[in-house]
Design a protein around this ligand. Structure first.
Ligand code: FAD
Ligand code: FES
Length: 389
């Protein structure tokens, strides 16, 4: 594979909020070899050229190289090998592969998601090889086909949708398009290299602007900035698309979508894509929030239900208002109550990690194979040193 041009366009002369001018400043234009795009900000030293190991995947039979100290997933993303992943922080388990041969270590110590897993489970987002390695893993060809890029983007629209949710619509430079799959996410890159992940809420057929739904985290550095200071026309820097929470378009199985809070965002993208494709199997959305005021776009699933006879939605409130006559409790329990035959479904879940984990355990307990559970957990300890500048 040839070199990939990573364009980090400067933004001099644009209107930055003074307090954040330094935080969000872009670096200059750089051109890197293709196997260095994702670890752009930390692997420019001589150690990068040091020993590398080869990773082979089963059953796909791909081979890729991992530089000394690089994680398996970093190398795979850079070389467009479609390993599945989510949080990249050792927490969600989406990147788990079976280590068939070879040795790995976990220098970051972030191995939370290995708890309870078989001894040969390997978290590719944290694992660093100590020899050549063979992994058994279900690769995603379509995700691998897409180039991960760093781009500037301008805030075209900022709209408060609910008491703690802001919708941002981002415009890319005129000559640029960000190719992505419905359900993927992007990361804002701060000047110090830290990142903040947000799911893309629009579908690829409607990509003039990139839509995000941002929930304000009390005391959250970046989300406070978005709510209190960010102005329309501000230019930010993003990297994307990332993640493997995408629609399995070839599947004929009925689909359940579970969103917790702004976990609705990637599901909106998945559903709009499914409607656009004309998929005909039954699709049900369970949107879990605390109280009715947290349903920040209720008219949208209402409209989908009116337009698509194969779609219905169920709002589920965990701390309902006294006059609420709809479903109460946890969203995964409501879905399970209504679907004793859940083993026949494809289930897509996104939102708080606790919701995703509870859903996964409950559904697997009722016989749904892990191969039919797709999820994006909104892990938030994203200040991973492996992605710092
Ligand atoms: C793949 C992925 C996709 C995501 N998509 C979305 C999305 O579409 N919409 C969205 O609103 N969020 C999404 N998130 C979560 C989002 O990235 C975090 O809420 C955000 O990074 C918080 O940044 P901050 O600087 O405001 O908070 P920080 O300053 O980083 O955190 C401040 C404090 O709040 C805690 N905290 C941070 N985030 C959360 C949280 N989400 N929930 C509870 N406590 C938190 C931290 O532990 C810390 O104590 C996604 C996360 C991931 C990994
Ligand atoms: S644990 Fe590796 S991607 Fe979440």
């Amino acid at each position: 594979m040839g070199p990939v041009k990573v364009t980090c366009t400067g933004t001099a002369g644009l209107a930055w909020p003074p307090a954040h001018r330094d935080m969000l400043r872009s670096p200059p234009l750089v051109t890197m070899p293709s196997d260095r795009t994702d670890s752009l900000f930390r692997r420019c030293g001589p150690e990068y050229q040091a020993m590398s190991f080869t990773v082979s995947t089963l059953p796909a039979g791909h081979n890729f190289s991992v530089a000394s100290g690089q994680t398996l997933l970093e190398a795979a993303i850079a070389q467009r090998i479609g390993l599945p992943y989510g949080c990249r922080d050792g927490k969600c388990g989406s990147c788990t592969a079976q280590l068939v041969a070879g040795r790995v270590s976990y220098p970051s110590g972030k191995t939370e998601a290995l708890a309870g897993q078989p001894a040969d489970a390997c978290l590719t987002c944290q694992a660093v090889p100590e020899s050549d390695v063979t992994l058994r893993v279900a690769e995603l060809e379509t995700v691998a086909d897409i180039e991960v890029r760093i781009l500037p983007c301008r805030v075209a629209e900022k709209t408060q949708l609910g008491h703690d949710v802001m919708r941002l619509r981002l415009k890319l430079p005129e000559t640029q398009r960000l190719q992505f799959l419905a359900g993927q996410y992007l990361e804002f890159i701060l000047a110090d290299g830290r990142r903040r992940a947000f799911s893309i809420a629009n579908a690829p057929h409607d990509d003039a602007l990139m839509e995000l739904h941002v929930r304000r985290v009390p005391g959250g550095e970046f989300t406070d900035y978005i709510f209190d200071e960010l102005k329309e026309k501000t230019v930010l820097r993003i990297q994307g698309p990332l993640g493997s929470f995408v629609l399995r378009e070839q599947s004929q199985r009925p689909m359940l979508f579970l969103g917790g809070g702004t976990g609705f965002a990637p599901i909106k993208g998945l559903l709009e894509h499914a409607f656009h494709l004309g998929l005909e199997q039954p699709m049900t959305l369970y949107w879990g929030v605390r109280a009715a005021r947290d349903l920040y776009l209720p008219e949208l699933p209402e409209r989908w239900a009116a337009e698509h006879p194969n779609f219905r939605w169920v709002p589920v409130l965990s701390e309902p208002d006294p006059d609420w006559s709809g479903r109460r409790g946890y969203v995964h329990e409501a879905a399970l109550e209504d679907h004793p035959d859940i083993a026949a479904y494809d289930v897509y879940m996104s939102g708080p990690p606790a919701m995703v984990e509870a859903g996964r355990a409950a559904f697997e307990g009722r016989g749904l194979s892990a191969d039919h559970i797709f999820s994006d957990a909104f892990e938030y300890a994203a200040d991973s040193p492996s992605f710092k500048g």
